[in-house]
Design a protein around this ligand. Structure first.
Ligand code: PMV
Length: 321
């Protein structure tokens, strides 16, 4: 029996991933770029070789669907594995619009592999974490991370890759939580609907690699206006594939729109603040750290909570250290 404990942070895509070329392996049709966030984290403890499987979230036994996702992921690590105990704890509110599956599967991949005495190489862990949740493959690294789509059918070339470290650039990500309701359509279903029915999907895929190159260049040059422009372009092209799907898929609420308009008005006043949204109603705003309080104050009337986060570090082992 061996125990390992790992911690990982969520990430937000600056250039978006939307669409799969292989669903079981979570292989993307497009590359993406993200920022790993500080402040929020998932801590996961894994004990390998116990009598039977047990999955806990916080103090309670995990809901069946989540427990099955975790045990299936463990089966991928070792098809002939013993019983495994997993206890995972998020220190941030679920429904905050920050994919807990990204930090969750990054922490699980690291803790489970350490507990079973296998590799803790981040590239290999990224390939594994991707199979739990696509965006999780970017949470192995801190700071700015690219996920290249890869070409191989087995997905071994589809993993995260560091672009710039946590301390590269003093930015803030202001997260405006406009609704805490669980989303009605999950990301895999939404991606498939866009892929199969949106007339804009092909254009989205065609333009994505150039957006990734532009995003990486802007990060390296620390050019916020340039990064913000490509982030908004990527975000709204991605949402356009949802809005033009059949039936249409719209994660936005009136509150989301109020937040977007607030940020665009701030920009008219000279604040370099840029919006992004994922598969949910929350609005995330990238700005300089010095502007974050002003952005948060402007958003507060339109939402239920505002979180100001910064660049976070890589996934890491707490035990064995
Ligand atoms: O990895 P998933 O299934 O949580 O999908 C993430 C999709 C987006 O959040 C909308 C975009 C992204 O790149 O994270």
């Amino acid at each position: 029996m061996r125990t390992a404990v790992a911690i990982a942070h969520p990430n937000i895509a600056l250039v978006k991933y939307w669409g799969k070329r292989d669903i079981p392996l979570n292989l993307p049709s497009v590359s993406s770029v993200s920022l790993t966030l500080s402040g929020f984290s998932t801590r996961t403890e894994v004990t390998w070789d116990v009598a039977s499987d047990e999955v806990r979230v916080g103090e309670a036994l995990a809901p069946e669907g989540f427990a099955r996702r975790v045990t299936r992921f463990l089966d991928r690590l070792d098809g002939d594995r013993p019983g495994v105990r997993v206890a995972t704890y998020n220190d941030f509110p679920t429904g905050a619009g920050l994919a807990s599956s990204a930090s969750g599967f990054a922490a699980l991949a690291l803790a489970a592999n350490a507990a079973r005495g296998a590799t803790t190489d981040p590239v290999e862990l990224s390939v594994l974490a991707r199979q739990g949740s696509g965006s999780a493959c970017r949470s192995l690294w801190g700071g700015f991370v690219a996920w290249h789509r890869g070409e191989r059918d087995d997905g071994l070339d589809s993993h995260g890759e560091p672009v710039a470290p946590t301390d590269h650039w003093d930015l803030s990500m202001v997260v405006a939580v406009v609704s805490e309701e669980a989303k009605a359509v999950g990301s895999t279903e939404g991606m498939e609907r866009s892929r199969l029915t949106s007339p804009l999907y092909e254009t989205w895929v065609e333009q994505a690699e150039a957006d990734v190159e532009e995003g990486i260049a802007a990060i390296r040059a620390r050019d916020l206006d340039r990064l913000g422009r490509v982030m908004e372009a990527s975000t709204y092209k991605m949402h356009a594939t949802m809005h033009t799907a059949h039936p249409p898929l719209m994660y936005w609420t009136p509150g989301s729109l109020a937040c977007l308009k607030t940020v665009w008005a701030l920009r008219e006043q000279g604040v370099s603040a840029w919006t992004t949204m994922d598969a949910g109603p929350q609005v995330k705003v990238l700005c300089r750290r010095g502007a974050a309080a002003r952005v948060a104050d402007a958003l507060r009337p339109h939402c239920v909570a505002v979180h100001v986060l910064g660049p976070g570090g890589p996934a890491r082992l707490l035990e064995p250290s």
